[in-house]
Write a new protein. Sequence first.
Length: 419
Amino acid sequence: MPTSQTNAAQNAGTPRWLQTRSEEQGAADARSLFQQVYGYEPAGVWSAPGRVNLIGEHVDYADGISLPFALSQRTYVAAAKNDDGVYRVASRFGDPVEIVHFEIPVAEVGPGNPANWAGYAVGAIWAATEAGLMPAGGLNLAIESDVPVGAGLSSSAALECSAALAAFDLYGGATLDDAVRNGLMGASIRAENEVVGASTGGLDQRISLFGQAGHALAIDFAEDSATQVPFDIAGRGLAILIMNTNAPHQLNDGQYAARRAVIDGVTADLGVSSLRFAEEAEDASVGWAKANDVDPVEVAARVRHVVSEIARTAEAIKQVSAGDMEAFGRSMQGSHASLRDDYEVTVPELDTAVDVAMAQGALGARMTGGGFGGSAIALLREDQVEATATAVAEAFAEKGFNEPEFVVALPSDGAHRNA
Ligand code: ADP
Ligand code: MG
């Protein structure tokens, strides 16, 4: 069961570790939830992972480059067809954890409906049928997840991709190959953007479907391509520590949209497909800023983040490929500073986690995901993991922040059938 509930009063500075089920256990739990809710056995269980992004943040919607990997924390969907023409969804989640239910006629799913938690699942299934991947039809779904919700680790994409894959297997029946993965990716992105109405650039869905154990995925959004990059940190005695800040949820939808509006506006104004292809993008952004009556210094800083982050990520992919983890750690540092100072999407909790991890001797640390809360990651020696988590937990307690939680991230496989 996910242990993402927060209780600031209990924050005594001892690190709390996130419990993660084995895939066998996660699948078995989803199966028994299905049995409990619907009273019969599911046809199968499918799962898809959350992710961390190593570097290349807030550049997916700017046709940039990112380097995420898939987590061993997954969302498990037990499913079976029904003849009732409805989607029934049950999920054990929330704070406190409980079984929540939702039901909607298949024909009623579409843009803006349902715009709730179930919209991620049935929206992705709807979009996959719209894309012609499989015929539409009723489904009963039961969901168990180990991906912390709203922690910047992409529980939303894990839910979309696992549900869409379950429906595809049950109604499509064809083999899961890269063409199908691409189709399910597009459907999952469409669900998030159009059904739920949350803006996503597509990084999360791609890694949730294309992740491979032991690898990170170098994604080039301009080329719409991705390359597996071996990421064997354990072999070097290193680890990636995820530090979920559990920072209180902020009204970040407007902030994400605001950042995006600036980047989209300047990109269109300069007549390029991506700022990475613009000459002197930072200087050139002044014209757009003035025309739109926004602070040119702020706009230049936003542009500087996107341009520098794309260049940094291109370098970082070379550093990882060459096994130069010290240099890669410095790239992570540069990324965090840019997100903090130029893009202004960090919060004190994220900056504290990063600063404390660095003070403990990490090679690099940075926020990961959209920011405004969520998680930070640190690249460190395996023997530094425990002490770093303790130091971060103590710093959070001292500052009166919510209790953070920790997990060591292992590059894992993308969406697949479990049982
Ligand atoms: P993140 O993807 O970083 O975890 P989002 O805000 O994008 O955060 O997505 C979180 C939302 O996705 C939740 O508020 C909920 O609506 C939905 N969600 C994620 N996981 C589950 C789950 N296991 N069961 C039900 N809804 C879920
Ligand atoms: Mg999400």
